[in-house]
Every structure is written in structure tokens, then in C-alpha cells.
Design a protein around this ligand. Sequence first.
Ligand code: GTP
Ligand code: MG
Length: 632
Amino acid sequence: MEVEPAGFSGEPCLCTEQKPPGAQLPVYAVPARLRRNPLPFHLGAWAAWTMAARSVGLLARSPLCAQSRSPVRLAAARLLSGAGPVAADVGREEQPLRGAETGSEDKTPKKRFSEVQEERREQAQRTVLIHCPHKVSEKKFLKYLSQHGAINNHFFYESLGLFAVVEFARKESVGSLQSGTLMPHEAAIPFRSRFLSLKLKNAGGQPSEPPSVRASQQLPPSSQRLLERLCRAESVGDQLDTLLQELQLTEENVRLRYLTCSLIEDVAAAYFPDCTVRPFGSSVNTFGKLGCDLDMFLDLDEIGKRSTPKTVGNFLLEFQVKNVPSERIATQKILSVIGECLDHFGPGCVGVQKILNARCPLVRFSHQASGFQCDLTANNRIALKSSELLYLYGALDSRVRALVFSVRCWARAHSLTSSIPGAWITNFSLTMMVIFFLQRRSPPILPTLESLKALASAEDKCVIEGNNCTFVRDLNKIQPSRNTEPLELLLKEFFEYFGNFAFNKNSINIRQGREQNKPDSSPLHIQNPFETSLNISRNVSQSQLQKFVDLARESAWLLQQDGEGGPAPAPRQPWGLAALLLPSVRDSRSLSKKQNRRPASERVKSLLESIKEHNPDSPTATDGKRTMSTHA
Ligand code: GTP
Ligand code: MG
């Protein structure tokens, strides 16, 4: 391919993407919503009123409404579907809902975690990332690139500019593309990565065409849109499924995550040519929300496996290596040097921080082009195994993911979880709690880790640092559950179960699937499934646990009110899961700390009373019984 200097003709040409000089940009260069995606429902007093009113049944729906589309719900849906943020939300299409209500699963064989990882990794190696000018013509762009070989797949997305992800059918095409790509003349580190820049030659002289590319959405939907979609659902179960569909990682987002790991691997390979950078955590365990961080693991084990030792006679050759006092120090040194490398030479890597004294040393940085906040660790094989276990649980029954997403969003909406490290519950712990709860149903929805171990074959055997991490990896060997409880019931029961759990004496243990005596005095004890002497929620304070318990009780109570019947909610008023995601009465500024210590039901009632006092027209019940809302 001939590549001419930029600004010569009207054709596109490629340049290797360089890290801008002095690009030690702070982390805020990445859009905040890409880093974390709380549900920032800031609807204040109205929200508190809604929750309060619903809690005494004013806005509760009839059981019929809970199951089917009532005339009231249809009217509400019509009102909600008018032009507004939904219509403005380009790029997110209505997706058909899957049957997540019961355990009925499709019978197609499910892929193992390792198969998915290998396929995605290989796909990423055939892929390039290209920063494009906004007026690029998609057709001409693809024609230009296909000189190097057939293109399997491509998509565009916006993140501080327009980017294209292009997957070639063959890996050689990437080499061909790179060999025809210019190195910019500016003072820069000459690094031939797969992150390129498309320049339009003679861009000024180009006829001004309207932008012809459609950018795929990498961000979670706005809270307004989400709220509207939840309110238009037909039942609480539908709401859980809708939330999952709206927030789960899209195919494009997953591709971008694997591609980002692959690009980082190219940088790390400058030091360790046979290293692998693998994604783990919520990017791959199927519980990731759009905007979640990208956890990466620098795997150097392959380097040791490359050679086949030949012992002839008395001879055996060994590499000379530099010895260090411990594995931890080796990990710190490796991450330190990779951190430097990313900082100085990594195109698009900004805000590099080395957090090497943490329990699990890591390098944190923003990958500007993808918009991901990245955490790179090394020697973290157990976390990868945990991701595999969660992937397996998520794939066993479609209710698992729907429930986990809702509980995670609920926790985020009420500030039970945070992006800042502290005494909060983590998403990982919440997922363990959901899994444990589903193991406790009758019949169980999920098997215990011990029973997954019992199903393992010899090839599944896995011991990491002396910890037995064996469990069956072939999902098709696991019998589906006979439990058919609907999601709506499971959500309510989840809150009830943990609202009444004896946290003071019992620990949560997904290996055994039953409560066990707590081995220590930490307020919340969730046994690490593989390093069984460790507590994954050791950081959680008593006050955070109490907040969780209070909110769980309150939410169970509100869902209970829904189930007991009552009139349908007024149009535009959140109900079911939507109401649970609003700031709760306990967060309302109007409540004093003293009030907060009273039971949820009492607090809700007193809030309602105060609203009634300020709003004489309010259609409330005065005798404690439920009445029809005049809003409906
Ligand atoms: P997000 O909040 O969406 O990022 O969820 P996540 O599951 O990716 O959590 P996080 O980024 O905090 O951690 C990444 C992975 O590290 C988790 O999925 C677990 O596999 C592992 N991990 C996190 N916290 C702990 C812990 O306290 N103990 C152990 N053993 N592993 C953990
Ligand atoms: Mg994560």
C-alpha cells in the first residue's frame, strides 16, 4: 500500500497514534459516566414522596397489574412514550426481552469460560483501533482498509473523538496495514502499535459530506431513559429483565475490552515477549455494566511453559534470572516497570498510578481512546478463577444475572457501594450474596461450589498457591434447576432474607451453600470461595452493614405492598424496581438521624403524614387502609 504524506490528495491515510507530548493528563479526561455508572436519580422530595406514598399503598398496583398490561398501565405507557429523552437516545434500540422469568433455559451447548476467552483474545489480535476524523466516509474507509485483507467486522464509537474498531479476517492483514502506516515526524516515541490515526489528505478541499457513520453506544443509558423504560415494563420481573438489557455490556463493548487488553499486551510484550494480558472481573464474568472498570491480569506463566527442557546425559540448561526475596516483590517490580512503560510509551494511556503497596499490587490508568478505567494486576490467578466461577453461575440460570444487576444497581443508587475504596460493600460481595441466596432456595436455583467440585473431572483440577480451585468447567454437565420461582418473588425474598440474616453470628459461604459460624468478629463475613480463610468483605463497617439491612427491609416491605394489591400507580410515577432505585426515605434530608433509627415502616408513615400536612389536597388514606389513588 502506498501511503502519501498527509494533506496531499483527497484519500485517507494512516498514522501510528502517538501519545500526545506531555500527555500526563489527569484521570478526569475520561468522562465520569464511563468510569462508574451509578443511577444518579436526584429527584429529591418527589422521590421521597413517591416511596412514602407507595409504602402505605397509595400508589400500589393491583395483582393483575403486576402480571399483565392493564388499561391503566397502557395509558401510563402512552404518556411515557411521547417524544423526549427516549426518542433522543440514538443508537440504543429496543431489544427483545429474553425469558428470564423462570429457569427455562435454551438448550444450546454453552461455551466454557476458557473457550470464550481464547476466541475473544484471538479476535482482538486481528483487530485495530483507528482514530477517525468525523467526516470520514464509512464506505471509502472500509475500501481503503480492505487493501490489506478481508474485514470481518467493524464498528464506530465516540469517546473524545470518533474511533473505529476494525477486525480483519486474518492476522497478517494487521502486519500489512502496519507496514503501510506512517510514523509521524513529531518528537515522539516511535512505537508501532495497533492504535492508529486516520488522516484525510487534503481534508480542507473535501466536499463537505454529512457524517455517514453510526456510532455504537458505549455508555449506559441516561437515568431518565432507564426510569421510563422501567415504568413501561409489565411486571417487576419485566423490570429486572429490562434493567439487564439496558445496562449489560454490549457485544461491541466486550470487543473493545478485549482489544484494549490486547493493545496493553503489545506494550508489556516489549519487556516480556510471551506475556498475556487477560481481562477478568465484571468485564468477563457477565455481571459487568456499561461503564464498569476494566480489570486486567498480566500473565507471565506462559513464558515458563515455552521451553521443553532437553536433558541429555548429565546436562540441563537453565536461564540466568535475577532473584528477588519474594513473589510479591517480583510482582511489584514487574508492575512498576510496566507502569513506567505505559506512562512513557503507551499510546492513549494517561493518568498512570502505581499502587504497589496494596494487598493486590496494581497499576491504574485511563485508556483514553476506549474510555476505560483500567486496573492492571499481575500474579492474580485466583481472581481469574473467581471470574470463571461467576461466569459459570451467571450462565446456569438466566435469573441470576437479572437479579445481580438489580441488586447492584439498587446498592449503587443508595450509596451502599462506591467507586472510592472504603468501608462499603463491593459489587463482588453483593454477587456472592445473590449466589448464596439462590443456593438457599427450595429447590436450589444454583448448586454449591462443593457440588461443582464433585462434578469436576481430572482435567478440571486446579490448585493455585496451595488453594484448591477445582470445579467443573463444562456447563453442560450441570443439571438445570427445577425451581421456577419468578424474578419478582426472588427480588422480594432476597431483601427479606438479608434483612433478617443473623450477620452477628453467621457467615456467608457459597462453597457449602449454608450459613456457618463466623470465625471472627468482622460485621460482615463472606468467605472467599477459594482462599477459604479469607473474608472478602472484611472492610465493611457495622454502620454500612446496618444501612444495608435497613434498606433491604424497607425494599422488601415495599415490594410486599405491591404484591398485596392496590391501585395502579399514576402515570410517570415510578413503581416496583424503579421506585426501589430512587433515593429512599432514609436518605431524605428532611429526616433527622433520630427518625432514621425507627423501623422503616414507621419512618415512611411519618414522612407521609408530614407531606399530608403540607399538601391538604393529597389523596391519602386517613384510616390506615389503602385507598384508590386519584392519580390513576
Ligand atoms: P465492578 O464493580 O463492576 O468492577 O465489579 P468487579 O467484579 O469487576 O469488581 P472489582 O473490579 O472490584 O474486582 C475485580 C475482580 O477481583 C472481582 O470480580 C473478583 O474476581 C476479584 N475481587 C474483588 N474483590 C475481591 C476480594 O475482596 N477478594 C477476592 N479474593 N477477590 C476479589
Ligand atoms: Mg471491575
